[in-house]
Design a protein around this ligand. Structure first.
Ligand code: UD1
Length: 340
């Protein structure tokens, strides 16, 4: 096996991880997914195979367990890169359970970095988030926008994670690190075979919308109608998960060899309010979504969207899916889940 084609994906059964595994397999990479299915299911691998005709190599491992993590990586010495997705990712959950979030997200990153070093793997891509910016008045945000205070423990785990990787790269000139700051990844693979599969009750906006439309919930809540935005609801930069996946392959091919450490925003560049997202969904699905006006959700920032010109320039990457595509594919996925 040509090691330049060997990629370890932590959290490869998860939402963004599984879409990235598909993209990597389709581009001829050999993929090993390490996952403990804490918010995913092994069935995802079978679905990846149905889409790509290839089954990734897999290892069931809790990366927050250092011994288990070191052992898993030792079997993949000299792989070209690790893409580290495995992490807890709910803003409200992190507000309610900060210790669990810090323990899981920080420990697993530290373990992955130590294990990668021991296994001679030099390239690390870290799943970061636009939440690192906090509440920012000057929009859009670019990679040089100074951070304001992290609004949630989830966000702070990403601030810490970026810093750990940056400090590591500084003392390891042979290493290469990239933090990719995702804005709000939504939608599903156009095949309808994989998508977001939260085991618990989801609390991200788009799965909540599709679950309400299909009748799994009587109504959804909109958290906050009193923000100083055009319609009073929060503004986010939604981006199709397949666009995010493609950017990872571009980062591996174009960027990893160029830098010691870099950060890149991955967003569509468009600010969309919660009400606008619901309208876009209603338009493509023909379904009415019942909602309730609820108080603000702790940990939410008011508005954020991306200046993605750096990603466009250095990754030679651009988004292929618009908001309607995001809603269409999310709706197709929800309907398929229901017909299972
Ligand atoms: C945050 C991060 C994002 C990360 C994601 C992982 C920010 C700005 N973004 O997304 O980078 O990928 O966590 O989970 O920090 N909403 C409702 N009703 C609901 C659910 C959500 O009104 O039932 C609203 C929220 O209040 C928010 C918007 O929809 O204004 C988006 O929420 P959500 O999908 O949970 O994502 P973020 O928390 O913005």
């Amino acid at each position: 096996m040509n090691n330049s084609k060997k990629i370890i994906v932590t959290g490869g059964a998860g939402y963004i991880g599984s879409h990235t595994v598909i993209e990597l397999l389709s581009q001829g990479y050999h993929v090993t997914s390490m996952d403990n299915f804490s918010n995913s299911s092994p069935d995802v691998y079978r679905r990846i195979e149905a889409i790509t005709n290839q089954l990734p190599e897999t290892a069931t491992v809790d990366l927050a367990d250092k011994k288990a993590c070191l052992e898993a990586f030792a079997k993949h010495r000299n792989a070209f890169a690790v893409i580290h997705f495995a992490a807890f990712k709910s803003v409200p959950e992190s507000v309610a359970s900060p210790i669990e979030y810090y323990r899981n997200n920080v420990n697993s990153l530290l373990n992955v970095m130590e294990a990668a070093t021991e296994a001679g793997i030099r390239n690390i891509i870290f799943s970061s988030s636009c939440s690192v910016y906090g509440n920012i008045n000057q929009l859009p945000v670019n990679e040089n926008t100074p951070f304001s205070k992290a609004a949630s423990p989830y966000a702070y785990t990403k601030v810490i994670g970026e810093r750990i990787l940056e400090d590591y790269c500084q003392i390891h000139p042979e290493a290469k690190g990239i933090s990719l700051r995702y804005f709000n990844p939504v939608g599903a693979h156009p095949s309808g075979l994989i998508g977001e599969l939260p085991l618990d009750r989801p609390n991200n906006l788009v799965p909540v919308i599709t679950q309400t439309a299909i009748g799994k919930r009587n109504q959804m809540e909109i958290f906050g109608f009193d923000y100083p935005t055009r319609d009073g609801t929060c503004i986010r930069d939604y981006i199709h998960v397949c666009d995010i996946a493609a950017a990872h392959v571009a980062a591996i091919e174009v960027q990893l060899e160029q830098v010691n450490y870099d950060v890149i925003n991955l967003g569509s560049g468009q600010g969309v309010s919660v009400l606008e997202a619901i309208s876009a969904f209603e338009k493509v699905s023909g379904k009415k979504v019942n909602y309730l006006r609820s108080p603000r959700r702790p940990g939410d920032v008011e508005a954020i969207y991306s200046d993605s010109s750096k990603a466009g320039k250095i990754l030679n990457w651009t988004t292929r899916y618009n908001l309607e595509d995001m809603m269409k594919t999310a709706w197709q996925w929800e309907q398929n889940l229901n017909n299972k």
